[in-house]
Structure formats: structure tokens, C-alpha cells
Ligand binder design. Structure first.
Ligand code: DC
Length: 225
């Protein structure tokens, strides 16, 4: 008798399309584990920024990626992320860290250093894997693949509302510029560029609410509300 394997559902797409929120909703609904792969790239970026590392030195950054001392502490309030024992849950969400993450994510050696670490998240009963290359590279045999996208303007507007709610002052024009710049870099890198897997279902959330997208995703993975 063969033991059952974990189910893997991949959610890929550009930043600001709603992947994070929807992946959390799907994980709560299915009882599956959650992999926020962007957090891993952000952690490498933060660790590099906090050290004397040269961001242009691929091997040095890959070394940081392969020795990353990270713990994801999951409880009823969400996930706390510890880097070398320090809580960096908020620090990795800064715009500057996101930009640096996008830069170091283009290094093939960094991506391969993080590959096995990501695959280890696939344990029973299953995994919701959120990222850019979950369906194409990390979990090519996933049972269901979703590519969630939205226009750059809609994504900038959502980010604007989040930052305003946090009391941060932001300029809409520079938000749109940053989003387009990051899309460009994530989509045009040579290794694991941001693009839908051939067998992914593409959902454009530009004019949809989170709840509407959630219902559509449940239909894709064959679950009831
Ligand atoms: O999803 P996010 O904004 O937290 O991701 C931060 C950066 O990490 C993003 O600009 C691209 C990169 N990333 C990646 O290259 N591959 C992934 N699977 C996840 C994120």
C-alpha cells in the first residue's frame, strides 16, 4: 500500500495581485500548510542588507541563502518570522527590502540555494505555495496551478490603501513606477521568470473583489465554499 502524497496548489503572479491574502484564505479553508516563497527572498535580502555583503556578488548572496537561519512560527494570530532568532516579520515587508529581494532573486545561484528549502514545505495534508515560479519550477507536478494577475494601476491602488491604513505617506506615481519596474525585472530574468505555467488557470483580479476571486479559486481546485 502506498502512503498518500501531499496535495500541492500553486498560486503565482506579480506583487499586489492579492496572492498573499488569497493564499492565506485557501490555507485556512483547506487546512493545508502555506509557503510564502517571497518571504524567503525577502529574508535573504534583509540578511544581505544587514551584513557587509556585496549585493552584486552572486556567490556571496547565494551563500547567505543556503545558510539562512529562519523559523516560521505559525499560531492562531498568523505567522511570525524569525531570522537568527530575531522577529523580522515587519522588517521584511519594507519597500526597500522588496526591491532588494527582486534584485537578488534574479541570481540563479540564489534560486537554486532556496529550491530544496521550498520543496520541504510540501508535507501532508497539502501545501498552498505562493510565489512567482511555484507552478513552473518549484512544484511542476502540482495538482492545481493558478496564476493571479491584475493591472499595475489596480495593484498600485491596493498597495496605496494598505500603506495609508498603516499611516505611511506615499506617492501614487512612484508606487506605479516601482511596481512596473519590479514586474519588468521579475518577468525578464533568465532563470524562472514570472510567467504562468502552461497548465495554470489565469485569473485577472483587476475588477474583482477578494471574495469573488476566492470563489473562483475554490472552483479551480474543486472545493466547495
Ligand atoms: O511576493 P513578494 O513581493 O514578497 O516577493 C519579493 C520578491 O521576491 C519579488 O520581487 C520577486 C521575488 N520572488 C521570486 O523571484 N520568486 C518567488 N517564488 C517569490 C518571490
Amino acid at each position: 500500500m502506498s502512503a498518500s502524497l501531499p496535495v500541492v496548489i500553486t498560486i503565482d503572479g506579480p506583487s499586489g495581485a492579492g496572492k498573499g491574502t488569497l493564499s492565506q484564505m485557501l490555507a485556512a479553508h483547506t487546512g493545508y500548510h502555506l509557503l510564502d516563497s517571497g518571504a524567503l527572498y525577502r529574508l535573504v535580502a534583509l540578511a544581505a542588507l544587514n551584513s557587509d555583503a556585496d549585493l552584486n556578488d552572486e556567490q556571496q548572496i547565494a551563500q547567505i541563502a543556503s545558510t539562512l537561519d529562519v523559523v516560521f512560527q505559525v499560531d492562531s494570530h498568523g505567522t511570525r518570522i524569525l531570522l537568527a532568532g530575531l522577529d523580522v516579520t515587519a522588517a521584511i515587508r519594507q519597500e526597500s527590502v522588496g526591491m532588494c529581494a527582486s534584485q537578488i532573486a534574479a541570481y540563479p545561484a540564489v534560486r537554486s540555494a532556496l529550491l530544496e528549502r521550498q520543496r520541504e514545505f510540501a508535507t501532508l495534508p497539502g501545501l498552498i505555495a505562493d510565489g512567482r515560479d511555484m507552478g513552473t519550477t518549484v512544484f511542476p507536478k502540482a495538482q492545481a496551478k493558478i496564476f493571479l494577475t491584475a493591472s499595475a494601476e489596480a495593484r498600485a491602488e491596493r498597495r496605496y490603501q494598505q500603506l495609508i491604513a498603516k499611516g505611511e505617506s506615499v506617492d501614487m506615481g512612484s508606487l506605479i513606477k516601482d511596481i512596473k519596474e519590479r514586474d519588468e525585472r521579475d518577468s525578464n530574468r533568465t532563470v524562472s521568470p514570472l510567467r504562468p505555467a502552461v497548465d495554470a488557470v489565469v485569473i485577472d483580479s483587476t475588477s474583482m473583489t477578494i471574495d469573488q476571486v476566492f470563489v473562483k479559486m475554490l472552483a479551480v481546485i474543486g472545493r466547495d465554499l
